[in-house]
Write a protein of this length. Structure first.
Length: 433
């Protein structure tokens, strides 16, 4: 398998590099933690390692060192498509190199060969679909795959630590292959005819997903590719990535770990943000009976903020510029459906709301993030079931967290176990004791 061979070739140098760094510089201080950070959700505490992605405050996310525009330009694309193979992105995350078209297709072929969903899981989803949220169904389905974990089987059979990454890679390929099919089946059960999706061996992951949920046309195939690529990873500190990493550090397999990550993704402060952004735009559109004037929108934004509420989609914990993931989707939308009223409204919000937030003085970084536009694209192409948007996010996020998990096992990263303090201890520290 191409991914196995590529990672195997890199591992000796990577292991030596990490061992030398820890041995020779393990006592070097790289950060100081304040009481505000301890009580503020460990915000900006530098305590995780990921070579898969990094968020640059001035440029946005870099995937294996490549910016979003570079990723979209350099990764190989299906013939006639505007957006790259998702398999090419997964190759980049795992291997650290831009793949050739043949290498990207090798990953896509691996996914096709592993995409079959066990019948018992299909039956479980069908029996629970009516009363469960789509994210509950997805997390349940991922746990349902756990009995097939190669890592768990080989661990209990006995294997050397330096081989842990091998079955983790196999499990990760199995999981990422099945997730689009599971997501499509959940969509069909909840919102369509309940049919079991059938993959087309001639189509890539993005195109297959579009067909499986019944959205026709090359444009939405590109939207699916773009969405999964842009939502794949965003450093290791976000909830879904960190929870997956934390659970996997106990040597749980990727099914246990990613199911936990999905449960974190389902929270309103994480994966649900995209539907809140679209909901806000639709509320504005309904209030004004269409697209408001600039002055109407400006006043509405002021009134909204003065009522103590926030405008979703604007502001980011790290970025100080518009999120390039927002920009990539916004440019795609402007190219393909510039006259769509919700897009026109989103464009007005992009021009006006950051100015209002600056004038208000409470937002340090009022630029739009990825959530400010992603729902608009889905809505335009007919995927209008808000509850499903986080499932889409989860399919993309699996690419990044599994790549991180494979490398964590390959480099022998340990059980994560930070130390906690009491409030009295912090009070004493504040007084210099």
């Amino acid at each position: 398998m191409i991914l196995h061979d590529k990672i195997s070739a890199q591992l000796p140098d990577w292991r030596a590099r990490v061992t030398k760094l820890v041995k020779e510089h393990g006592e070097a201080v790289i950060d100081q933690v304040t009481i505000g950070q301890v009580y503020g959700g460990m915000r900006d505490v530098k305590s995780l390692v990921s070579d898969i992605s990094y968020v640059d405050p001035a440029e946005g996310i870099r995937l294996r060192g490549y910016s979003i525009p570079e990723v979209l330009k350099l990764l190989p694309k299906p013939q006639g498509a505007q957006m790259p193979y998702v398999g090419g992105l997964y190759y980049l995350l795992l291997v650290g190199e831009i793949p050739t078209a043949a290498q990207a297709l090798a990953v896509e072929d691996e996914w096709k060969a592993r995409s079959l969903i066990p019948q018992n899981i299909l039956g479980c989803l069908a029996s629970n679909a009516a009363q469960m949220h789509p994210m509950t169904l997805l997390s349940q389905a991922v746990l349902g795959l756990q009995p097939g974990s190669q890592f768990t089987r080989r661990y209990h059979a006995g294997m050397k630590k330096d081989e842990y990454w091998l079955p983790m890679l196999e499990d990760s390929l199995d999981l990422t292959a099945k997730l689009p099919v599971l997501a499509a089946y959940i969509y069909n059960l909840k919102y369509r005819n309940g049919e079991v999706p059938q993959t087309d061996p001639n189509l890539d992951m993005g195109a297959n997903f579009a067909r499986m949920i019944g959205v026709e046309g090359a444009e939405y195939e590109d939207v699916a590719r773009l969405y999964f690529i842009l939502h794949s990873d965003h450093e290791l500190g976000n909830v879904s990535a960190h929870v997956t990493h934390l659970v996997a550090s106990s040597l749980s397999d990727i099914y246990f770990a990613f199911s936990a990550g999905l449960n974190g993704l389902a929270g309103p402060l994480h994966g649900l943000a995209n539907q809140e952004c679209l909901g806000w735009l639709l509320d504005v559109h309904r209030k004004f009976g269409g697209v408001p004037t600039n002055e109407q929108l400006r006043q509405y934004a002021w009134d909204w903020l003065n009522s103590g509420r926030v405008i979703p989609g604007y502001g980011h914990a790290v970025l100080r510029v518009p999120d390039p993931r927002f920009t990539a989707q916004f440019e795609f939308a402007q190219k393909h459906f510039p006259d769509d009223e919700i897009l026109r409204l989103a464009a007005m919000v992009y021009e006006i709301v950051p100015q209002v937030l600056k004038e208000q003085g409470k937002a340090k970084n009022p630029a739009p993030n990825v959530d400010a536009i992603s729902g608009t694209l889905q809505y335009h192409y007919g995927v209008r079931e808000f509850d499903f948007y986080t499932v889409l996010f989860g399919v993309g996020r699996a690419l990044g967290v599994t790549a991180n998990a494979v490398w964590a096992r390959a480099l022998g990263q340990p059980l994560e176990r930070p130390k906690s303090l009491t409030t009295a201890m912090l009070e004493a520290a504040a007084k210099g004791k």
